[in-house]
Design a protein around this ligand. Structure first.
Ligand code: HXC
Length: 257
């Protein structure tokens, strides 16, 4: 199986598992990843998903170059669309996704990480959009998401040169939120996931949707959307529970409804 899904209470660990190819994504692995993300999106009990790569060398070393080399333009388009579908499914998933970047995140691997809500890196992480060194532009959203995550001038430099960025530089330019020793990365990602999962699950889902909506549709539309989800939250038990718990000086027992 090229994608492993491990449910750990309210959080789930998804591991891309093709270590002999540094977890490079071929069509079969992409389809398995898409199916996993779509399945998890239907599971209300899952609050946060952590995405990582198998082994200690790579998160995802990109799209599988040996599969791409002889593609026709139509096949290339279909392959781009499949990768886009994975990134969009992650972005539109109700749960926040944390990318635990444990090694190379190159090309399509960097693009999948960019589609996640939060990126954490191990000291060994290496990011790049090396597509131009292969004679192609980015194909799974890198030209759009990288300049929305790091400053546009830095994104342009990285996209035009294909140069690699180590974990410390990734931290400095805002590509990742934090850098940890390799043997602590998953533990720290679980801690962050559990911290998010301790909050009202509906509130977190509404917040993810509002952030994405506003970033895509603009400030005015985003502010309108925020008011609507804010009012909607007052139809839920979690809103009463969260506020009563505060007033009664106890921990809330959120039920996700
Ligand atoms: C296919 C890959 C691969 C990839 C690594 N491998 N990355 N196979 N596609 N993206 C394979 C290698 O061929 C090799 O197979 C094995 O994994 C181990 O890799 P090595 O190269 O031997 O390891 P090392 O010398 O340590 O170099 C690691 C590396 C290098 C720096 C990550 O493998 C590399 O540069 N990979 C390509 C990275 C890249 O350009 N990614 C972007 C792809 S384009 P064998 O059989 O020799 O053991 C892309 C576009 C997305 O992602 C959009 C598409 C529409």
């Amino acid at each position: 199986m090229s994608v492993r899904v491990e449910r750990e209470g309210a959080i789930t660990l998804v591991t891309v598992e093709r270590p002999e190819r540094l977890n490079a994504l071929d069509t079969a692995t992409l389809r398995a990843l898409l199916a996993a993300v779509q399945e998890l999106a239907t599971e209300e009990a899952i609050a946060v998903v952590v995405l990582t790569g198998a082994g200690d060398r790579a998160f995802i070393a990109g799209a599988d170059i040996s599969e791409m080399v002889e593609k026709s333009p139509a096949e290339a388009l279909a392959f781009a669309e499949l990768g886009h579908a994975v990134c969009r499914a992650i972005e539109e998933a109700p749960q926040p996704y944390i990318a635990a970047v444990n090694g190379y995140a190159l090309g399509g691997g960097c693009e999948i990480a960019l589609a996640c809500d939060i990126r954490l890196a191990s000291e060994r992480a290496v990011f790049a959009q090396p597509e131009v060194t292969l004679g192609i532009p980015p194909g799974w959203g890198g030209s759009q998401r990288l300049p929305r995550v790091v400053p546009p001038g830095i994104a342009r430099e990285l996209l035009y040169t294909g140069r690699r960025v180590d974990a410390q530089e990734a931290l400095r330019i805002g590509l990742v939120n934090a850098v940890y020793p390799a043997d602590q990365l998953l533990e720290r990602a679980r801690e962050l996931a559990n911290r998010i999962a301790a909050n009202g699950p509906l509130a977190v889902r509404l917040t993810k949707a509002a952030v994405r909506f506003g970033l895509e549709q603009g400030l005015e539309a985003g502010l309108t959307y925020e008011r609507q989800v804010f009012a909607y939250a007052f139809t839920t038990e979690d809103q009463r529970e969260g506020m009563r718990a505060f007033l009664e000086k106890r921990r809330p027992a959120f039920r996700g409804r």
